[in-house]
Design a protein. Structure first.
Length: 344
């Protein structure tokens, strides 16, 4: 009990600071939904960190907020999904959704290498653009061991093109004469952050917004295979060298792969499965969604606090160019696949 109290006292100051920033960021997000609370948290945290670097006494709590709280938020995201929703979305949306994701990840790998963007940052921008923005980045970060500056840069880059999508997409939709249903599919597959999906689709119409949200939630399920694949790759690379000496690739059994599965991903699947049974009453879902969003804001506020601004300068403009290219690729592939499947 004494050790638990000591741990709590050690973590409390940093957690309190991150939570306080998250509260302010949440208020800002209410007034500026296009920006959203998570991005506001990153920006506020980074500004505070620039003005005055956090004291050593704050660092344990800030680290816990940026890691454990982030992982807990990912688990709660699963409780917003029903596995049956995948079937209800139907054959119309899945080809567009999966095709867009594959194209985005391939482009992130290829274009990122051409631009010289480092591996972790390339991965974060790729999954953030291809799946669901800050939530996907939250899920992938602890698996690949990304550092705070990479997370902050990826979130900020994706935010920039989220804002662009909210402004540009309704114009594109009207220019192409899209129906409410078609625009919902377009927004759900080509805009990466949930708040931006809602903002863009709501501008187009209520029916578009309703369908876009369903598509977006199903798209979030792609976190599972992506995180599993990345966990496998990270584990395989780490087992390929021992004390700097190359070794034969390890044999991969189900047990070995299972050990690579992060606890929060298992929790994500369990939460989605529980939600699929209908055990959770309807009124609980908005509360879970609110808590998950707030925890992500707390975590990203902590990441902002620990951001190395000098690292941004070292990263240069190339990650931003990668974000732009991926935004264009995802938008174009979504429209192209919708045309091919007759959904446009």
């Amino acid at each position: 009990m004494a050790s638990t109290m000591e741990t709590a006292r050690r973590l409390a100051p940093g957690l309190a600071l991150a939570t306080g920033i998250a509260v302010v960021a949440t208020v800002i997000g209410r007034f500026l939904p296009v920006v959203g609370a998570p991005v506001s948290g990153v920006v506020l945290g980074a500004v505070i960190g620039m003005v005055r670097r956090p004291a050593d006494s704050l660092k344990p709590g800030i680290t816990t907020a940026s890691k454990f709280v982030l992982q807990l938020a990912v688990v709660l995201l699963g409780a917003q999904l029903s596995l049956a929703e995948v079937a209800r979305v139907g054959v119309e949306s899945l080809p567009v959704m999966l095709g867009t994701l594959v194209v985005c990840l391939l482009a992130a790998w290829g274009v990122g290498r051409l631009l010289g963007v480092v591996g972790n940052l390339r991965t974060l921008i790729g999954v953030g653009t291809g799946i669901c923005g800050a939530s996907a980045i939250a899920a992938v970060t602890p698996v690949i061991g990304a550092v705070s500056v990479e997370v902050a840069y990826a979130v900020s880059t994706i935010f920039l093109f989220n804002v662009a999508a909210v402004i540009v997409f309704p114009i594109v939709g009207h220019a192409l004469g899209m129906s409410q249903h078609a625009f919902g599919l377009f927004a759900g597959t080509a805009v990466n952050d949930t708040s931006s999906v809602v903002a863009a689709a709501s501008t187009y119409g209520t029916q578009a917004a309703n369908f876009a949200v369903v598509v977006k939630l199903v798209r979030t399920l792609m976190i599972i295979p992506i995180v599993l694949g990345l966990a496998w790759l990270v584990g395989r690379r780490s087992s390929a060298t021992v004390d700097g000496a190359a070794t034969a690739p390890a044999r991969w059994s189900f047990r070995r792969v299972w050990k690579l599965v992060p606890w929060f991903l298992t929790g994500f699947v369990i939460a989605a499965a529980v939600n699929s049974t209908g055990i959770l009453p309807g009124p609980v879902h908005p509360a879970i969604s609110t808590v998950a969003a707030f925890l992500i804001t707390v975590a990203l506020s902590a990441i902002g606090l620990s951001t190395d601004i000098a690292g941004f300068r070292r990263a240069g403009f190339r990650p931003l160019v990668l974000g732009l290219v991926l935004w264009v690729v995802v938008t174009g592939s979504s429209l192209g696949l919708m045309a091919l499947t007759g959904a446009l």
